[in-house]
Design a protein around this ligand. Sequence first.
Ligand SMILES: *Cc1c(COP(=O)(O)O)cnc(C)c1O
Length: 340
Amino acid sequence: MTKNIDWGSLGFGYITTDYRYVSEYKDGKWDNGILSTDSNVVLNESAGVLQYAQTCFEGLKAYRTEKGQVVCFRPDLNAKRMSDTAKRLEMPPFPEERFIDAVEKVVKANIEWVPPYGSGATLYIRPYMFGSNAVIGVKPATEYQFRIFVTPVGPYFKGGAKPITLRVPDFDRAAPRGTGHVKAGLNYAMSLHAIVDAHKQGYAENMYLDSATRTKVEETGGANIIFVTKDNEIVTPKSNSILPSITRRSLMYVAEHYLGLKATEREIKIEEIKDFKECALCGTAAVLSPVGKVVDHGNETTFPAGMEKMGEITQKLYDTLTGIQMGRIEAPEGWIKVIE
Ligand SMILES: *Cc1c(COP(=O)(O)O)cnc(C)c1O
């Protein structure tokens, strides 16, 4: 039985669901893990996560397909990325095959929370890990928790598929040099002020530039960026300080192999965005959200597709990607993990 929720009106928020997965690391090893009904975490006041922000996370989704199955999209890539992040933060990586197994267990345990096919909502899956024992000198914790909770979500940006406006902020994206590939709270805490400030000024998100030269497009707070050129080529920023988005990687593949479009990762100068036809944000949460306009200190670029609807190529990419995720279009080998 599916929970009695008005799925169509869900935004991107947190709802407490029935079960979460919890595994603890102590004496150099991860325990077997359990499913818990307790949504609270109790920690020592000097826990590594609280004092030195030793924590990281992942985000993926479970989808109800046209045929009624419940599937995940490329969870192996999230397992790998979380393990890379953990190593960079001196945390013990959670074994990748156990990550996938834990995702499967927690989604199965909360199967009634998976939104119905066609509702516009999906089940967001949030794996995370943190240092749990007391540390006061600056050093890694020796005990950790790996957890996964799930929560049903609707569209990330209010207004659904309507194009959004970005601004180029005076702030750098928080990622300190060399941590761009780390999916962790430290990169987000430092971006909160820029986001609140953008919202205050009426923008949906920030389009960050590279901090070294402030001439190249990087990404937004929680999503990568793609552009479409006038020749229908997909271009996306090449940078080692942006988060390697699984959605972006998948869209580049879809562009080339499903739509026959050229897809290129290269440096993109802020002054060339006026030459592009379309722009969109991509990520697990954002899916593919059209950008209608970018404001760079009074210099406005409105893409030809305008503020009312998605551009034509963005729409094709969106339809193909979500078609693969919802089982309407055949997926490349290994992209879909059937849960139930
Ligand atoms: C998670 C995230 C993305 C999107 O990555 P996906 O793997 O596609 O979900 C983009 N940028 C940042 C900073 C992120 O944290």
